[in-house]
Design a protein around this ligand. Structure first.
Ligand SMILES: *Cc1c(COP(=O)(O)O)cnc(C)c1O
Length: 560
């Protein structure tokens, strides 16, 4: 056991006595000062001990001032620190058992030296009460930080604070099935909201246009190294602000205006930035769309090959925003080789499945792989390009100075945090569970008579054809689900006869619900609710009932 101890000038004598006492008990003690009775500021010392406990380098902390109160106030501002002022043995025992206190604050003026030893001994020898109710309350205690993290805004900018508060409540109480969304970890959000956002760092690590880039260089190098390790890539550019920017970087790196890109049509599951006429990609390049097979609603690689041989595009792009099936990257590589074109994979949606081994990786095959970092990958909102070494220079100059100015180093640091979560095993089993959950959820809805595009799913999403099943639009279906506390989105389905604004489909994804720890049993509940609501979208009684039940389920699986 290791204990960090500190005091202010008023607690130096008691501290010395307790250090001696703890050493005698065989405890490793770190005395963080002060060494003399000279007047000092208690926060300076409280921070040292609180940091040691927050980092986990010490098991417990002990802080002493005249009352113990100022010390506890400082310590309790640190994540994971639970500091308690104790004047009695009973108090120390209770706060250990119930609150899991890990920093003991003592008032030197309020307690005798001998009794302080007894209080300390009780504190470090009492285990936490692991019963469900106390564990639940401790978890709520820590989760209070979801709001306290932004509570400076409560006064500084109440209007903005209100929106964050409302979104927090929404996350806590709704079932989020939006396939492109996820919950980032708190560690990720801390990096994203950090002081790294204050730094201008145009250029790349080691060759910036600004001074003072040592810390952000380290953060960006870490993000690059971890991205390469996680995906087995030769080169990574972690600066793109989003997935669309990552795609733009690839186009700018290897295409000229008017060059031909072959990509999946938007209404078939492709993305805006794959050549939609309203997007830059559709305005600058010659776009030839491919479709899924009208019968199977899956990619037909023979057809794709024939089309590629005919079109001879400069770049063949695969990857989608609403395609529920595994993509055969090895086969696409062969097509590209035969047609003599570059191969680009946009794995924005499935990056987390690739990272977690639940979808084959495009990295060994594709010349370029682009992705977002916030979808199944579960990191901050942002983008990234992975490519072969021979394209490294072209990609880097396309991103900067080609299309972006200063990179968002705070977001890049958050990307590094996310990659580490994958690499160090925090997310082990997550990707497989996302797919398992998706298949169970899909089957539950399907068994209630709903037509599923392509008949099922291999990944984190599926599409319900509500038009064919119930004669309703995706827009109305999504609105009914929303009223029932289930958030999904309308989506076109292949060969949709409705406008993109109305659509025939609803897209459902399981990345978010899996992040909050839900498994197959919860998917059956949610699938049943979806069918209950869609069976009659005018039935507000059902919507009210589902909303109540969904809320209860959501609260039981707290978002990070
Ligand atoms: C989401 C998505 C993008 C775009 O990401 P943004 O970060 O919103 O720019 C690009 N490609 C695909 C396939 C996507 O699904």
């Amino acid at each position: 056991m290791k204990i960090s101890i500190a005091s202010d000038h008023g607690g130096v004598d008691l501290k010395a006595a307790l250090v001696e006492f703890l050493s005698g008990e065989g405890v490793q003690v770190e005395d963080a000062g002060p060494a003399t009775r000279e007047s000092c500021d208690y926060p300076d010392y409280a921070i040292k001990v609180a940091m040691a406990v927050a980092k986990g380098t010490s098991d417990f902390g002990v802080l002493i001032c005249r009352s113990g109160i100022g010390m506890s106030m400082v310590a309790n501002r640190f994540h994971g620190v639970r500091a308690a002022v104790c004047a009695t043995v009973d108090g120390a025992v209770t706060t250990r058992q119930h609150n899991g206190a890990n920093v003991l604050c003592l008032g030197a003026d309020l307690i005798s030296c001998d009794y302080a030893k007894e209080v300390l001994k009780a504190f470090i020898s009492t285990p936490m009460d692991m019963s469900e109710r106390h564990a639940r309350r401790r978890e709520k205690l820590e989760r209070a930080q979801r709001l306290s993290d932004v509570s400076l805004l409560a006064r500084a900018d109440p209007e903005v604070f209100a929106t964050i508060e409302a979104h927090t409540v929404q996350e806590d109480t709704e079932i989020n099935l939006i396939a492109s969304e996820n919950f980032s970890s708190r560690a990720c959000r801390e990096a994203a909201g950090s002081v790294l956002m204050n730094k201008y760092a145009e250029g790349y690590p080691g060759r910036r246009w600004y001074s003072g880039c040592v810390p952000v260089d380290a953060a960006e190098l870490m993000a690059i190294a971890r991205a390469k390790e996680l995906f087995g890539a030769e080169h990574a550019n972690v600066q793109p602000h989003g997935g669309s920017a990552a795609n733009m970087a690839v186009y700018f790196a290897v295409l000229n205006q008017g060059d031909t890109i072959m990509s999946m049509a938007l209404d078939q599951g492709g993305h805006l930035s794959h050549g939609s006429p309203v997007n830059f990609s559709g305005k600058i390049y010659n776009i030839v769309s491919y479709t899924v097979d009208p019968k199977t609603e899956m990619l037909d690689y023979d057809t794709l090959e024939r089309q590629a041989m005919e079109v001879r595009p400069k770049l063949l792009l695969v990857g989608a925003s609403a395609y529920p099936r595994t993509i055969d990257f090895a086969r696409v590589r062969k097509i590209c080789d035969k047609a003599g074109c570059l191969m680009m994979v946009d794995m924005a949606h499935i990056a987390g499945l690739v990272a977690g081994g639940a979808h084959p990786s495009p990295v060994p095959y594709a010349d370029f792989v682009t992705t977002t970092t916030h979808k199944t990958l579960g990191g901050p909102r942002g983008g990234m390009v992975l490519c072969k070494e021979k394209y490294a220079k072209a990609i880097d100059s396309a991103v900067f100075p080609g299309m972006q100015g200063g990179p968002l180093e705070n977001i890049i640091a958050a990307k590094a945090v996310c990659f580490r979560e994958w690499l160090n095993g925090d997310k082990a089993g997550y990707a497989a569970q996302v797919v398992k959950n998706c298949q169970v959820l899909c089957k539950t809805v399907q068994d209630r008579g709903y037509r599923i595009v392509s008949g099922g799913t291999d990944n984190h999403l599926f599409l319900i054809d509500v038009k064919a099943t119930k004669g309703i639009t995706g827009k109305d279906a999504a609105a009914a689900l929303d009223a029932a506390g289930i958030v999904a989105n309308k989506n076109t389905i292949p060969y949709d006869t409705e406008s993109p604004f109305k659509t025939s489909g609803v897209r459902v994804g399981t990345a978010s619900v899996t992040t909050r720890g839900m498994r197959e049993a919860e998917m059956i509940k949610i699938g049943t609710w979806i069918a209950d609501v869609l069976d009659d979208i005018t039935n507000t009684v059902v919507q009210e009932r589902v909303k109540r039940e969904a809320r209860e389920l959501a609260i039981g699986f707290p978002a990070p």
